[in-house]
Design a protein around this ligand. Structure first.
Ligand code: FES
Length: 104
């Protein structure tokens, strides 16, 4: 079901035990900067989130309504996530996470 408010709603784990030490605050900042620079803050929301209970695979990022999880995301990956997935609806395959580990 589509999100009635945002085209994409993105959650970044920033308050868990391990993701912050793996760079999740930088990922959050990079995603927010990219969305702001494109003038898309009303369409795409980047939210802080607590632990997703998959610690050690971070930084973890989840995109709704697509139910896509990304693992080991770095700030340098964020432009690609925005362009390919959030704007182009093509998830970044090399970062996909299935709950056990990266898919690719
Ligand atoms: S610390 Fe990020 S999933 Fe637990």
């Amino acid at each position: 079901m589509p999100n009635p408010v945002f085209q994409k709603h993105v959650f970044v784990c920033v308050t868990g035990k391990t993701c912050p030490g793996q760079g999740s605050e930088e990922v959050l900042a990079a995603l927010r900067k990219e969305i702001a620079s494109l003038g898309l803050k009303k369409q795409i929301r980047i939210n802080k989130a607590g632990c997703f209970d998959h610690c050690g695979n971070g930084p973890l990022v989840i995109v709704y309504p697509d139910q896509i999880w990304y693992a080991q995301v770095q700030a340098s990956d964020c432009k690609e996530i925005v362009q390919s997935h959030l704007l182009g609806d093509r998830p970044v395959e090399r970062l996909l996470y299935d709950g056990r580990g990266k898919i690719v």
